[in-house]
Design a protein around this ligand. Structure first.
Ligand code: ZN
Length: 202
């Protein structure tokens, strides 16, 4: 199953960004996190990494985590085992070029997985990450206020939060994240990567 949160007494949340890297929106997020003094996790699409390698490198250089979000963003439940492995490994090659190591976690496109897909991911050593604020639907451009309201509801120790920095206009996501990072750090939350979060749950 997709991991949506981790049980921890630490006051931490993990911001995640899907579908980048994007040369317009990803650097804006990097600036926001530099200001907040926190780290995030970017679930990158291989095709986008190939198109914007300099943006991917910037994410890594600033100390953020890069996760695997497949190469072409397919619905994995419709693919054969071989095709699934290829989607992961093609992206993994690009991630290794940037970070020197393989991704620690992945996120399924559309969060779509069944028993077979999840068993394959377990075998390959990929925790699959979900998120608690799915109702925020930032990918639908529902308005900054909607994203804020439906994310604030889900913030607690160990929450994983999902936003998007690729595919289309992501200005609402960026604005919402700007507000949330300020708000949460003021309340004493630390913004950590997914790997850091998973370690706290062990
Ligand atoms: Zn996606």
């Amino acid at each position: 199953m997709n991991i949506q949160m981790v049980d921890t007494t630490n006051k931490v949340v993990a911001f995640t960004f899907d579908d980048g890297p994007n040369p317009t929106y990803t650097p804006q997020l990097l600036e926001i996190f530099a200001e907040a003094g926190g780290k995030a996790t970017f679930y990158m699409i291989g095709e986008q990494m190939a198109a914007h390698p300099e943006t991917a490198r910037l994410v890594h250089e600033e100390g953020h985590e890069i996760g695997n979000h497949t190469y072409t963003h397919p619905n994995m439940t419709e693919l054969s085992d071989e095709e699934i492995l290829s989607e992961l490994s093609r992206t993994e090659e690009l991630i290794k070029q940037v970070t020197g190591s393989r991704a620690a976690t992945m996120r399924l496109p559309y969060l779509a997985g069944d028993e077979r897909v999840h068993a394959l991911l377990v075998r390959e050593g990929y925790p699959a990450l979900g998120a608690l604020n799915m109702d925020a639907k930032d990918w639908d451009m529902p308005g900054v206020q909607h994203i804020l309201d439906h994310t604030r509801d889900t913030v607690r120790n160990g929450s994983v939060l999902i936003f998007h920095d690729g595919y289309g206009d992501r200005s609402q996501s960026v604005e919402a994240v700007r507000v949330l990072t300020k708000e949460l750090t003021a309340k004493g939350y630390r913004l950590v990567t997914v790997s850091e979060l998973l370690r706290m749950g062990e």
